[in-house]
Structures are given as structure tokens and as C-alpha cells.
Design a protein around this ligand. Structure first.
Ligand code: R5P
Length: 313
């Protein structure tokens, strides 16, 4: 692996360091800083000519700055004659804008994919894309890793699987939740949010019998925490014994941490695809599990031209 170079933007330095430790490699010396007017300036301080390079950068908050860092780092590597550039984007921001929900709306996820590709990235490595089809927005090889094995290991270590029910917090997340339920051989329930008539508030119907069950809500993103906290309320109202959540990307904007801390959720588990804030780290019912070994393994296999999909067999 001597011809691999790992570079980190500013979005998630801690994860990049853990990935580097997993692979037993140092992070390449590289400055990613701002001019006085906030322009991004990048300086790669080691030779990368002819090397297999990996930029570790989630396009998380502040999404535009972190995206720009990724694009400029890519440009720097390309002009420095790197042999291959892989964008390792554990959390791919803008993914929720993946279709036109209304006339004259943009498809920003496609635009961002175009920007990354045009900047000179050769391949992309990401985790739990909001929708699998976003893989096709990139006209370059894109590996969409699953966070599920990390979640499953944690669930098996901590919970009595005999009484567990996996729950999708909305109809759109059923495929993801069902995949996790299958891995732990648990039944599946679905929260079906419906607004019967315009102007009336949403009704939460639970499909499945959750009475007395330890429920695990599974989703790709927790942002405001609204989806999660409302689903937890609805499950408890239907007699669930307790409700936990396993969610890959802890976006946790605005007052989300406070909302979750004061909710009836027993625990929210997120990965470190997005660098946890201090508020997340000290929250009593939020825990972070690391995807560094998963990412490190996938990077190592990519470098050695080995199968990445077999990580999930
Ligand atoms: C939506 O389709 C996503 O899978 C999440 O359910 C959503 O982004 C969560 O957002 P919030 O936490 O703001 O309810």
C-alpha cells in the first residue's frame, strides 16, 4: 500500500485520523485553509505524482464550504499528477435533493455529482446514500457502502434480539429497515404518516403489532429529529416497551440534540460519518459508533483492486 496517499479536508478530521490508523498510514501533509475573504486555499505538501490518492471529506455542515474544499483538493491533486483520485465522502450532502418534487425545482444531488466528477475525481466511496439511485448520478465508479454491519454488531452486543422489532419511520425507508431486520432476524413495522385532508394534521398509523416490543427505528439521516421523535411517540402510544434509533448520518441541525435529549427515545445511535459536535458528545441518550474500520477496509481493498461488495456478504 506504499503508493496510497490519504488526505483530509476539514469536515471530519477525527474520522480521517481513525481511518489512517486502521490502515497504518499517516495522513498526507496538506493545508486546507481560508484567505481573509473566506476563499478556500489548498496546499499539498508532499509529492503525489503517480500515486493512488483518497480525499476523506463529508459534505456536511457547512455543506457548501466542505464541498468546495473537496473540489479544490481534487483540482490540486489532478494538477500534481496523482494517478487516481478517490473522493471518500462518508456523508454525501445534498442527497435529499435527488428529484424534482415541484416544477422549476433543481436536482441538486445531480449537480453536486457533476461538480465532483468534472473537478477530476476518478471514483467515489460513500456510505448509505439517501437513495441508492444517486449512485447513477456519477458517471464514474461509485461504491455505496452499507452502515448496517456496524449497526448490527452493536445491536447484537447490547440487546435481547428475542423481543426486538425493527421499525421504518416512514414508508420511504422500508427497504433500508427491512435489510437490517433481515440481518438480525427480527420482524418489521412501519410508521405510515398520512394527512387525510389538506389543512389537517398528519396522522401516524403503525403497520405491525409493536405492543411490548423493544423497537429500533432505522433511517439514513436524522436532521431536525422531528421524524424520529414523532415516530417514537407514536410507537410508545401503541404500547411499545421502549424505542431506540440507529441512524447512519447524524446531521442533527439546529435544536435537534435538545429535542432528542428531551424526547422519550431511550437511545439514538449514529455513526461518525459526520463529525459529532460537543453537544452530541455530551448528550446522555446519543451514542456514536465508528465507521472508520469499514471505510479503512474499503479504501484498502480499492487500492488493491479487491472486491468491496464482499465486505457485506
Ligand atoms: C427522509 O427521507 C430521510 O430519510 C429522513 O427521515 C429525514 O431526513 C429526517 O429528517 P428530520 O430529522 O428533519 O425529520
Amino acid at each position: 500500500m506504499s503508493d496510497i496517499k490519504l488526505l483530509a479536508g476539514n469536515s471530519n478530521r477525527a474520522l480521517a485520523e481513525s481511518i489512517a490508523a486502521y490502515l497504518g498510514l499517516p495522513l498526507t501533509k496538506c493545508q486546507v485553509r481560508r484567505f481573509a475573504d473566506m476563499e478556500v486555499f489548498v496546499e499539498i505538501q508532499e509529492n503525489v505524482r503517480g500515486l493512488d490518492t483518497f480525499i476523506i471529506q463529508s459534505t456536511s455542515y457547512p455543506a457548501n464550504d466542505h464541498l468546495m474544499e473537496l473540489l479544490i483538493m481534487t483540482d490540486a491533486l489532478r494538477r500534481a499528477s496523482a494517478r487516481r483520485i478517490t473522493a471518500v465522502v462518508p456523508y454525501f450532502g445534498y442527497a435529499r435533493q435527488d428529484r424534482k418534487p415541484a416544477p422549476r425545482a433543481p436536482i441538486s444531488a445531480k449537480l453536486v455529482a457533476n461538480l465532483i466528477t468534472r473537478a477530476g475525481v476518478d471514483r467515489v466511496l460513500t456510505v448509505d446514500l439517501h437513495a441508492g439511485q444517486i449512485q447513477g448520478f456519477f458517471d464514474i465508479p461509485t461504491d455505496n457502502l452499507f452502515g448496517a454491519p456496524v449497526m448490527v454488531r452493536d445491536i447484537k452486543e447490547r440487546l435481547d434480539l428475542n423481543n426486538v422489532m425493527v421499525v421504518s419511520p416512514d414508508v420511504g425507508g422500508v427497504v433500508r429497515a427491512r435489510a437490517l431486520a433481515k440481518r438480525i432476524d427480527a420482524p418489521l413495522a412501519i410508521v405510515d404518516k398520512r394527512r387525510e385532508r389538506a389543512g389537517e394534521s398528519e396522522v401516524m398509523n403503525i403497520i405491525g403489532d409493536v405492543e411490548g416490543k423493544s423497537c429500533i427505528l432505522v433511517d439514513d439521516i436524522v436532521d431536525s429529529g422531528g421524524t424520529l421523535c414523532n415516530a417514537a411517540e407514536a410507537l410508545l402510544a401503541k404500547g411499545a416497551k421502549e424505542v431506540r434509533a440507529y441512524i447512519t448520518h447524524g446531521v442533527l441541525s439546529g435544536g435537534a440534540v435538545a429535542r432528542i435529549s428531551s424526547s422519550k427515545l431511550k437511545e439514538l445511535v449514529v455513526t461518525d460519518s459526520i463529525q459529532p459536535t460537543e453537544a452530541v458528545r455530551v448528550a446522555s441518550n446519543i451514542r456514536v459508533v465508528s465507521i472508520a474500520p469499514l471505510m479503512g477496509e474499503a479504501i484498502g481493498r480499492t487500492a488493491k483492486e479487491e472486491s468491496v461488495s464482499s465486505l457485506f456478504d
